[in-house]
Design a protein. Structure first.
Length: 75
C-alpha cells in the first residue's frame, strides 16, 4: 500500500517571489524558520490554516503550493 503524502512547491515559489528567504516566509506566515524548513523537506504537514496563509502570501491557489499524493494506486 502506498503511503499518503503532501508535496509542496514552496522552494520554487520562494524563488519566484524575488528569491524570498525561508526566514522572510516564516516571518510573513508567523512561524519559525525551522517550520518552513521541515515543510519544504516534506517532514511536516502544515495545519490547514497555515497552508491557506502560505497560499495567500504567494497569491496563488492552495493547490499550487501543496499537492496531495494519496494512495490512489491501492486497490
Amino acid at each position: 500500500m502506498a503511503k499518503s503524502s503532501i508535496q509542496n512547491n514552496i522552494r520554487k515559489l520562494r524563488f519566484h517571489a524575488g528569491e524570498m528567504t525561508q526566514q522572510e516566509l516564516a516571518d510573513l506566515a508567523r512561524v519559525s524558520r525551522q517550520t518552513i524548513v521541515a515543510i519544504e523537506k516534506g517532514n511536516y504537514s502544515p495545519s490547514l490554516e497555515l497552508a491557506f496563509r502560505m497560499a495567500s502570501i504567494f497569491k496563488t491557489p492552495l493547490e499550487e503550493v501543496f499537492i496531495y499524493k494519496g494512495d490512489a494506486d491501492s486497490s
